[in-house]
Design a protein around this ligand. Structure first.
Ligand SMILES: Cc1cc2nc3c(=O)[nH]c(=O)nc-3n(C[C@H](O)[C@H](O)[C@H](O)COP(=O)(O)OP(=O)(O)OC[C@H]3O[C@@H](n4cnc5c(N)ncnc54)[C@H](O)[C@@H]3O)c2cc1C
Length: 405
């Protein structure tokens, strides 16, 4: 990469995986970068995220693989359990060659962002300004730059603004318009949080149970004393749930009541979890993630919801492509660099919107009868004779796209 002129100044809104990965590569390329994050400090939490194919290659090219190594969660695979915790189907990492529901490299989202923050701290000094507790309130662009105002009352001018502020990006709203035009409700909600590992959960396995209206699971953490609870609820969209923690938790209590296995353990842990995450499952797609000197990256640009399992991978790939395009042009060519990024990210964004498990309707039964049918089908599909067919199905849904240099 050829560093652009040292005066180039880029603003990144959001210090999630996309924002941190982009900032790291920009400062490494000698480009002055400001990152503004709405939260008052780093946001921990999140399930294990998968790195495979192109995203693994990005992590390798960024020199992150060895830093990730100590945080790798040793997940053996996925086990479906019944109301009493008996396993009736398994998808092991080995059987599926890391191409099943569990990938070869799994790292908790919070740990990956910690790795990125540490790399940023070790990066070239004087180029990065990472500010917590602030956000963009207005964006005005012209032919040569972007004027930005912040909630803190600060104002500044940048060459480029990149919105990495997640699926509900408010920077996107300011520049591209309301969220409604880009999103499609996928029929449910997802919640994640940490819980103490129950004694009888099979070590290293991601155990999952489905009941009418809800699929819930317990997934291993790096520290075996804790695990992650993962819930998918099949319900109609209710806009009043947004931001209302009590309503979100009471919906979960209702949906998991009497669901057997560890439903009660999960509900008890939810009350005190400090990393409770809840959001609607939606597909978000902005047809062109670039408008002049403003670019969208990560979930702000496209998302298949957590059900795709691809959000972090797509964010890493996008950050790599965008940083490369910015760094290999000169300052005057920055709008062209963004346009090239928009073209290059398209196939990866499309792939990131594919739902590996087939979406809420396939993952969460609507009735008792459907739950029984799903259970029987899973038992057969994951039995030894059928495994090669299922493996081929997973492999076909994960065609490795070549990563541009
Ligand atoms: C706390 C948390 C837990 C998550 N857990 C999971 C999970 O378990 N499974 C899963 O599949 N996905 C999860 N996700 C989403 C996942 O991180 C993304 O799909 C993926 O990593 C792409 O990340 P991103 O950086 O584009 O967006 P995000 O990870 O959503 O990061 C966006 C960042 O922008 C910040 N932000 C929001 N609004 C503003 C604003 N106006 N100004 C400045 N900053 C702003 C947010 O605080 C956040 O730090 C989680 C996200 C978060 C924030």
């Amino acid at each position: 990469m050829n560093a652009t002129a040292p005066t180039t100044h880029i603003l990144v809104s959001g210090a999630g995986i996309a924002g941190l990965a982009l900032a790291l590569q920009l400062v490494r390329a000698g480009i002055r970068t400001t990152v503004v994050e709405r939260a008052d400090g780093p946001r921990p939490g999140g399930q294990a995220v998968d790195l495979r194919g192109a995203s693994r290659e990005v992590a390798e090219r960024m020199g992150l693989l060895e830093k990730i190594e100590p945080y790798r969660v040793d997940e053996k695979g996925l086990a479906y359990v019944d109301a009493r915790g008996r396993v009736f189907g398994r998808m092991s990492m080995e059987d599926f060659d890391g191409k099943g529901a569990v990938a070869e490299i799994e790292i908790a989202r919070g740990d990956l962002s910690e790795v990125l923050r540490r790399e940023l701290a070790a990066g070239p000094s004087g180029l990065l300004d990472l500010r917590y507790g602030d956000r963009i309130t207005s964006v005005m662009q012209d032919a040569s730059g972007v004027d930005v105002a912040f909630a803190s009352a600060a104002t500044a001018r940048y060459d480029i603004v990149v919105a990495t502020d997640g699926v509900h990006s408010s920077t996107r709203r300011l520049v591209f318009g309301p969220e409604e035009q880009f999103r499609t409700y996928l029929g449910g909600y997802a919640a994640f949080f940490t819980l103490p590992t129950p004694a009888d959960v099979e070590e290293g396995w991601f155990s999952m149970r489905f009941t009418p209206g809800a699929t819930f699971g317990i997934r291993p953490d790096l520290d075996p004393r804790t695990s992650k609870a993962m819930l998918t609820l099949r319900v109609d969209r209710d806009p009043s749930l947004r931001g209302d923690l009590d309503a979100q938790k009471s919906l979960i209590r209702r949906m998991l009541a009497g669901a057997g296995w560890h439903a009660e353990t999960i509900l008890a842990a939810m009350e005190t979890a400090d990393d409770f995450y809840f959001d609607e499952l939606m597909r978000l797609e902005v047809p062109n993630p670039v408008r002049g000197r403003v670019a969208l990256l990560g979930d702000a640009a496209s998302s298949g919801s957590p059900m795709s399992g691809m959000g972090t991978a797509t964010a890493l790939i996008g950050a790599y492509l965008l940083a490369a395009r910015i760094a290999d042009g000169d300052r005057d060519a920055l709008p062209d660099a963004l346009a090239r990024y928009a073209e290059q990210i398209r196939p990866f964004a499309a792939q990131g919107m594919t739902l590996m498990g087939g979406g809420v309707e396939r993952m969460v039964p609507a009735s008792r009868l459907q739950a029984a049918i799903m259970r029987a089908t899973m038992g057969v599909m994951l039995s030894r004779p059928f495994r090669p067919i299922v493996r081929r199905m997973f492999a076909a849904s994960q065609q490795d796209l070549p990563l541009p240099e």
